[in-house]
Design a protein around this ligand. Structure first.
Ligand SMILES: Nc1ncnc2c1ncn2[C@@H]1O[C@H](COP(=O)(O)OP(=O)(O)O)[C@@H](O)[C@H]1O
Ligand SMILES: [Mg+2]
Length: 514
């Protein structure tokens, strides 16, 4: 039998003991051994919950004052701070729905009824508890876990982290000693960009002879985690083939954070690496493979259903320029960088390269509002860190925080930008020469020599083959908008951002002349 940590809030010792004895059999019916602790006040309870992880709180609704329902207030505060704790509201008096505040208890127990119809009522409460309680009460976090790089937790024994691990490793209430996860070890994983804490998580059970599949624990702020979990269920689980994606093994939610536990893409004894590593090695096999499989028009999954939308500018503005000051910051970086790297002169609305004059990107991208575009389901953040590639030629998507409806070319554009940012031999030619080559790349027919640009051609070709009816101008628009936004990202080294400039200028020029 597995220990369940239960807090009972009661003013008198006698009442605590009475409740402990009444609830013991109920939790036993549900499969747990309740270890009860007595709290005499709301303050004492809250202080303890800040430090230790409890599974259940049982609170009398009146707490000593029959008509004032003081306990309801305690429950409201408890559930607001610790929504993951199951709260049993327990009373003898009559209570109307209007009297219960929100947040409120999870299970209501009528003590009078419990005394009168003991076993039948006990069974019903036990059933109700089993329906809503979803935690593995036996799991511990190994003290050697490395959480030093975490943005949220200092200590592997942090009680919120513990609650998250209990939730994601929950299986069923019917325990099997041999197969329960008892301990997990966390190691940080790098390569993420969203501010989440991402760990490799390995589970251990009672016997070393049975090993668990390694997992990834991704802890995010609650809204981001909710979005990723929703997107996974709506757009991944039933739509993307099992062999193209990580699976969700468990989820967890606390007041501020949410976590998704994914299958680790390394599980079948093959070596997987992110697409970024392949690009960094100048290995063109991965992009070729991508174009032949996940991006192939013959195997369309997300890209199969299209819808016509009316305002492409709004789509890109919302996605990349909705933060305060975004446009100003991108503009300042562009004006500085185009002077430094291309020797351009910049005036109020224009910049000049040699004899040619162009409108500044923000004018072209954010002032002239553009029209119709094709929308489809997209991964939504298909940068090369979010595609895993195996030595045996398998490809897998991870990271579904932005998955959903978007511009048909969005995923392709992000991939193209990843190739540009990570290619190992940056093009050292003069700016004007690079601009010319970018111009010929836009004219699909012209052949390009550089290996990097050949990869980009492949990506663009795949985009056009998937969506032949979508105007390539919209590709150039999305590409320019994304590059213009990246110029302000201090997290990307300046020398890498600078590599994007000729492409941005060539795309803007093509948009202007259209
Ligand atoms: N299922 C997985 N298998 C293996 N590695 C993973 C998996 N999920 C994430 N990672 C690694 O962790 C990194 C960050 O995870 P990700 O979900 O992309 O977070 P973020 O939203 O912060 O970008 C990835 O770039 C990858 O290197
Ligand atoms: Mg990512």
């Amino acid at each position: 039998m597995h220990d369940l940590k239960v807090a009972i809030v009661e003013l008198e010792d006698e009442d605590f003991e009475g409740l402990r004895d009444l609830y013991g059999p109920i939790f036993r019916m549900a499969g747990y051994n309740a270890v009860a602790t007595h709290f005499k006040s709301e303050n004492a309870l809250m202080r303890t919950l800040e430090r230790s992880h409890y599974h259940v709180v049982i609170c009398d609704l009146s707490l000593g004052s029959e008509n004032n329902w003081f306990g309801l207030r305690t429950i409201k505060i408890l559930k607001a701070g610790f929504p993951e704790i199951i709260c049993v509201g327990n009373t003898r008096g009559d209570l109307t729905y209007q009297q219960t505040p929100y947040p409120s208890f999870d299970i209501f127990v009528d003590k009078g009824k419990l005394n009168r119809e003991q076993e039948k009522y006990q069974k019903q409460i036990a059933e109700q508890f089993r329906r809503i309680f979803r935690q593995n009460v036996d799991v511990e976090i190994d003290s050697e876990s490395d959480v030093a790089s975490s943005k949220r937790f200092r200590d592997p024994q942090d009680k919120t982290l513990q609650s998250i691990v209990c939730q994601v490793t929950f299986t069923t209430h019917t325990h099997d000693q041999a197969t329960d996860i008892r301990r997990v070890k966390l190691e940080p994983l790098t390569g993420g960009r969203s501010g989440s804490d991402v760990f490799k998580m390995v589970g251990y059970g009672a016997s070393d002879s049975l090993s668990f599949v390694p997992a990834v624990l991704k802890i995010s702020d609650i809204d981001n985690a909710r979005r990723e979990w929703d997107n996974y269920r709506r757009y991944v689980k039933w739509l993307i083939p099992f062999s193209w994606r990580a699976d969700v093994l468990g989820i967890a939610f606390t007041k501020k954070f949410g976590a998704l536990c994914y299958s680790f893409i390394h599980s079948r004894g093959r070596s997987f690496d992110s697409l970024t590593r392949y690009i960094e090695m100048g290995d063109d096999s991965a992009i070729t493979l991508l174009a032949e499989t996940i991006l192939s028009p013959d195997l369309k999954r997300w890209y199969g259903l299209t819808v016509q939308e009316s305002n492409i500018s709004r789509r890109y503005l919302q996605r990349f320029f909705s933060e305060d000051g975004a446009e100003v910051a991108s503009r300042a970086q562009f004006e500085r960088m185009i002077r430094v790297y291309a020797g351009a002169s910049v005036s109020n609305r224009k910049f000049s390269l040699g004899r040619r004059e162009h409108r500044l990107p923000h004018e072209v991208l954010l002032r002239d509002l553009r029209g119709a575009y094709t929308s489809c389901l997209c991964h939504g953040d298909l940068n090369s860190n979010n595609i895993m590639v195996s030595s045996a030629g398998e490809l897998m998507f991870i990271d579904f925080q932005h998955t959903g409806w978007g511009h048909a070319f969005e995923d392709f554009i992000m991939l193209e930008i990843s190739v540009r940012l990570h290619w190992p031999q940056p093009n050292e030619a003069a700016f004007s020469d690079r601009l010319e080559v970018e111009g010929s790349l836009i004219e699909f027919g012209a052949s390009v020599q550089e290996a990097e640009l050949k990869q980009i051609s492949l990506v663009r070709r795949a985009a056009v083959d998937n969506f032949p009816a979508e105007s390539f101008q919209n590709y150039l628009y999305g590409l320019s908008a994304m590059i213009f936004s990246i110029l302000r990202y201090g997290s990307v080294e300046e020398c890498r951002r600078a590599r994007l400039l000729p492409c941005l200028v060539a795309s803007i020029a093509a948009l202007e002349s259209a």
